[in-house]
Design a protein around this ligand. Structure first.
Ligand SMILES: [Zn+2]
Length: 93
């Protein structure tokens, strides 16, 4: 027998380290979702419809700190690595 988890999302606002993040939290487990990975804009914030090209990634955290670390390490630094070549050229001089 397989068990599945069906999240019941509520929208939350996280304010930490001068950063404000609007995302979804599961009412039952209290797990906080990465707003980029689960597309919070459509999942619980009601801002837009889910894009046809979007591929869902289920990434959840117990604390706001862990979420901020994930966004910084995975989304921000990942993006900077992608444009790394261009960044190097600009920093000359
Ligand atoms: Zn993420």
């Amino acid at each position: 027998m397989a068990y599945t988890w069906e999240p019941r999302w509520e929208k939350i606002k996280i304010e930490k380290y001068g950063v404000i993040i609007h995302t979804c939290r599961d009412k039952i487990t209290g797990m906080i979702a990465c707003p980029i990975c689960i597309h919070a804009a459509s999942k619980c914030l009601g801002i837009e419809k889910i894009p046809a090209t979007y591929k869902q990634k289920n990434i959840f955290f117990f604390t706001p700190e862990d979420l901020i670390i994930h966004i910084r390490e995975y989304h921000t630094y990942g993006y900077l690595r992608k444009i790394g070549g261009r960044k190097k050229e600009r920093s000359v001089g």
